[in-house]
Every structure is written in C-alpha cells, then in structure tokens.
Write a protein that binds this ligand. Structure first.
Ligand SMILES: [Zn+2]
Length: 130
C-alpha cells in the first residue's frame, strides 16, 4: 500500500486533468474551497462536481482488499470515508449541484463510466450554453 494521504490521489488527478485538456473540456477548478466537500474537479457553470475516489480509501468492490493487519482500524476508516461521501453528495445535490463519481480504476482502465462522465459534461455544456 502506498503512502497515506489526506485526500485524493495526485497522479489520478493529473491523469484526469490531461484527459480534460485532450478532450478540450474547460471551465473546471480543482478543490475549490467554496464548494462543500471540495470536489476534485468542479465546473461552476455546469454546477457539476466530480470526485475521483481512491479504490482503497473508498473500498471499491472491484479492487479493494481489506488489509490483514489492523482490520478494525481500516474498517472504521473506510466506513467514515463512505459516510462522508454520502453526506457530501446529499448536500451538493440539495444545493442543485450534480455529483459525478469515478473510481481510480475508471481512469486507469478507461472504463465506460469514464466515457459516461464525458458525455454528461458535454450534454450539460450544450444545454447550459457553457
Ligand atoms: Zn477500483
């Protein structure tokens, strides 16, 4: 397991940034302090927040393996992360902000979920004329 980080995953965010650039998707900010939960990417005109969840920290069902050591510590830690994810999503939704989530592995493997995210961004841009 890699080093413990407070939030996000820098290499994943860099990969996302590169994808936005190559797809000519603009208008995003990273971790804006004025948006609850400080999403990894936020499109203010589109009112859309993107979170890229680490497969370990958020216990992705496809990649996650519970460490053998300190099991109860990790269970609690991950439970807290997931509870926080739900709170952030509910709060943003209530404020009219759409939340899109990706797993770290969606970026690494260029899954359909990643294409879906791009299609939603394009559709929202078209509708809002952004
Ligand atoms: Zn995963």
């Amino acid at each position: 397991m890699s080093r413990i980080r407070g939030r996000g995953n820098r290499s994943t965010e860099r990969a996302m940034t590169a994808l936005f650039r190559s797809n000519r998707i603009t208008g995003w900010r990273r971790h804006p302090a004025y948006v609850f939960g400080r999403p990894d990417f936020y499109f203010s005109q589109l009112r859309t927040a993107i979170f890229i969840d680490g497969c370990f920290w958020h216990a992705c069902s496809r990649c996650f393996k519970m460490p053998a050591q300190n099991r109860s510590f990790w269970e609690e830690k991950i439970r807290r992360n997931r509870r926080r994810d739900r709170l952030v999503a509910r709060t943003l939704n209530a404020g009219g902000i759409r939340v899109l989530r990706l797993w770290e592995h969606d970026l690494e493997r260029r899954t359909r979920r990643l294409s879906y995210l791009f299609s939603v961004l394009r559709a929202r841009s078209a509708v809002l004329g952004a």
